[in-house]
Design a protein around this ligand. Sequence first.
Ligand SMILES: C[S@@+](CC[C@H](N)C(=O)[O-])C[C@H]1O[C@@H](n2cnc3c(N)ncnc32)[C@H](O)[C@@H]1O
Length: 218
Amino acid sequence: MERPSNRSFRLRGTRITEGQQLALDKFWDRYGFGPETAINPQEVFPDSKRIFMEIGTGMGEATAEIARLFPEDGFFAVELHKPGLGALLAKMDEYGLTNLRLVEEDARVLLDHFFPKQSLDVVHLYFPDPWPKNKHWKRRIVQDDFIATIAAALKPGGYIHIATDWVPYAEWIEEKFGASTLFTGGVIPKPEFRPLTRFEGQGIRKGHEVRDLQYFKK
Ligand SMILES: C[S@@+](CC[C@H](N)C(=O)[O-])C[C@H]1O[C@@H](n2cnc3c(N)ncnc32)[C@H](O)[C@@H]1O
């Protein structure tokens, strides 16, 4: 299996709190997995109205709030940072959520190799690592091949919702999606359902402007 040649994520500490480790020990086998064979989202969530995937859930604050808000929908939370996965499992337990599955994998690998085409209604990408230095721009997750991967994974009429606090990245996203024949959309007002995450709060305190963008598959 071919893996992407670059990392779109920053290597963070693997320091894990006792609560996060406890949640992993208790709930990982029930709600989490590292994919080994093809996934059938319909089988995972047979009664769900819509299937969502959030890419890069971080500490899972937005993920858990949104899954709580839409109990009739099924959510795949994709993240590589173990402490964040533990934090999300703890939140799931606190909120009594069962409509979430955690996937420990690079979202690009997951979508290209383990998910069926046209299986997602919605993709969320909140505050992707901005990689501000131009020598790192190739690490940004939003690239032409990523856009094609998302288009293939979405059902007809499905969409991707992105938020970023780095205006040059928002402009990059607008440029890339704008040049794509696969999507239509642009900047939107912040939807009420998207809660503030710690990461976003830090950006706002630094004076960063947050932009939400939404692109529908044509
Ligand atoms: C800046 S953080 C934002 C986290 C969260 N969405 C928030 O708003 O607080 C970006 C996250 O994306 C994850 N990430 C980056 N590239 C990824 C990929 N290819 N697949 C899955 N997760 C990824 C990183 O590990 C990191 O936790």
